[in-house]
Design a protein. Structure first.
Length: 261
């Protein structure tokens, strides 16, 4: 009886474990992709290192993508490393060698959107042959990709709304600044116009004062001249004497002339 009970208990535990793993296995599926030159649609020189397809699992309303980076034995052990993927360090990194001595680097990354380009950065170091760092772009084929659910959609909507709010706030902060600058420019223009008006008025006033001074000086000179004329005295005695002398001269000359003839 005890052996039977133990046997039944073992079967129950196995079935329970399979029941727990079933939901996870149900969401895991293969997903194909292309390894491209960074920011282009051309195949990358490192595309031969990546094993196809990758696997994707839905967990906590996000996609967990697991990829296999394989390099040949002749290139030494694990000559290619993944420095970052989608802006973050790779997750769940495992290094394994297969029966032929080839190096496998398994790594994962988490995202809520596989319909966009996923960029990664690689470090390649083959001793005495090649050493460099390369950026690469992954493009996934999302046909029949499982849905993430409402929570992921809500998070995406909130992210978009937050981005729009930041953009609107930035625009509103720029507009008052522009308005203030415009007001300052208008005030400066008004102040400049007022200063020019004052300068013109001052110039006109100076010219008017100068002209008034000249006119006043001219009138004063004319007045002085007109005042001097009445002060001259007429010598009536000399004038009468001159007239009598002229009459006598004319009369005497006539008498002499007619007396001769």
């Amino acid at each position: 009886m005890r052996r039977i009970r133990r046997f039944l208990l073992a079967i129950a535990m196995v079935l329970g474990g399979l029941a727990l793993l079933a939901p996870i296995a149900a969401h895991a599926q293969a997903i194909d992709y292309s390894a491209l030159k960074y920011g282009t649609k051309e195949n990358s020189m490192a595309s031969g290192y990546f094993v196809h397809p990758a696997t994707v699992t839905v967990k906590h309303h996000a996609y967990i993508v697991t990829m296999d980076l394989k390099t040949a034995k002749k290139l030494t052990s694990w000559p290619v490393r993944v420095l970052s993927v989608d802006g973050h360090a790779p997750e769940n990194v495992r290094k394994v060698k297969d029966g032929a001595g080839n190096s496998h680097v398994y790594y994962s990354f988490t995202t809520t959107n596989l319909k966009r380009n996923i960029n990664a950065k690689l470090a390649i170091n083959v001793p005495d042959v090649y050493k460099a760092k390369h950026n690469i772009t992954f493009r996934f084929k999302t046909t029949n990709l499982p849905a993430l659910g409402r929570k992921a959609a809500t998070q995406t909507t909130r992210t978009r709304q937050a981005t729009q709010a930041k953009t609107a706030a930035s625009a509103s902060s720029v507009q008052p600044a522009a308005a203030t600058t415009s007001q300052k420019a208008v005030s400066s223009s008004k102040a400049s116009s007022k200063a020019q008006s004052k300068a013109v008025a001052s110039t006109m006033s100076s010219r008017t004062s100068s002209q008034s001074s000249r006119v006043a000086s001219s009138h004063s000179q004319q007045a002085d001249a007109s005042d001097e004329v009445p002060q001259q005295k007429t010598h009536w005695g000399g004038l009468i004497g001159g007239v009598i002398a002229i009459v006598l001269l004319v009369g005497g000359g006539s008498w002499w002339y007619f007396g001769k003839h």
